[in-house]
Design a protein around this ligand. Structure first.
Ligand SMILES: [Zn+2]
Length: 286
């Protein structure tokens, strides 16, 4: 099976333009926003644009395609932000279904005050708000699309794999999947420079029932130090993670069939680019 490398790219000019952009830089899978990531948007898609997107996606063989949810989403909020988060995700997953997009990759949110190191789920009502909000989104969206939780590198929800596992178990729905970001893992204290270390991580994922939930990888280098709680992305090979980790990941027999999507700043600071993808491709063992 051929490798699936992709990138998060701009939808400027229409969703179908992102398909042309990924083809141009040599990728075969894609991540896009459904609207402005720094605001609330509720895009609707007309049948003509929908058909255009699906035709191009098939012609260029770009698969899978994912949405990345708005940065404003916060599902532990039970006020206006929580309501807008639910509405925008319900709208986005509906659009995903129309376009043949797998689902949305979502940061669950953050605490307004200092985060608890371990949630006492019986006492902290924010935990039940989170679970209720996610269940409401799943109930009100098409059955075929995924709600994909991305691990966090900073003090947001989903920093530890244990926390993500607890949330996924409590929601107990096949449509909830996992996206692992190498940069966020690194800043949260997880790294792997060889197969022994990666196997330990995979064992941990297995024990937490997360391995069969894994949907894709975000492949980003980091500007910050290991276990720093900061998670600024860097170009592949230019950051603190180092090429050995990416080489280990891409060549592991259990990992090589997953989609690998970059969200790097780009060598010209214009976003994920061909050069980053080309570097990843050189790391594959012949
Ligand atoms: Zn990411």
């Amino acid at each position: 099976m051929a490798y699936k490398f992709g990138a998060h790219l701009s939808i400027s000019g229409g969703y179908h333009k992102a398909l042309e952009r990924i083809k141009d830089i040599g990728g075969s899978c894609l991540q896009i926003f459904s609207g402005s990531p720094r605001g609330w948007s509720f895009p609707k898609i007309n049948p003509k644009d929908c058909q255009l997107f699906i035709e191009k996606k098939n012609n260029f063989q770009i698969n899978p395609v994912y949405f990345h949810a708005s940065y404003l989403v916060n599902l532990v909020d039970n006020g206006r932000i929580g309501i807008m988060s639910k509405k925008s995700l319900i709208n986005e997953l509906e659009v995903a279904s129309q376009l043949g997009i797998v689902g949305s990759i979502i940061h669950l949110g953050s605490f307004k005050d200092n985060r608890p190191t371990l949630w006492d789920v019986s006492k902290d009502k924010r935990y039940s708000i989170l679970i209720t909000n996610i269940l409401e989104i799943l109930t009100n969206t098409p059955k075929g699309v995924y709600f994909i939780i991305e691990n966090a590198g900073n003090r947001k929800i989903g920093q530890t794999l244990e926390e993500i596992s607890m949330i996924i178990k409590d929601i107990n729905d096949e449509r909830v999947r996992l996206c692992l970001d190498t940069c966020h893992l690194y800043s949260a204290g997880y790294s792997f420079r060889n197969n022994t270390e990666l196997n330990l991580l995979l064992d941990k994922l297995e024990k937490l029932d997360l391995l069969d939930k894994l949907e894709l990888w975000h492949v980003n280098d980091s500007r910050d130090h290991f276990n720093s709680g900061h998670d600024r992305h860097e170009n592949i090979g230019e950051g603190t993670i180092g090429l050995a980790e990416f080489k280990t990941l891409l060549n592991h027999p259990k990992m090589k069939n997953y989609p690998f999507i970059i969200e790097t700043p780009g060598f010209n600071n214009e976003g994920p680019d061909k050069k980053n993808l080309d570097i990843l491709k050189t790391l594959i063992n012949g």
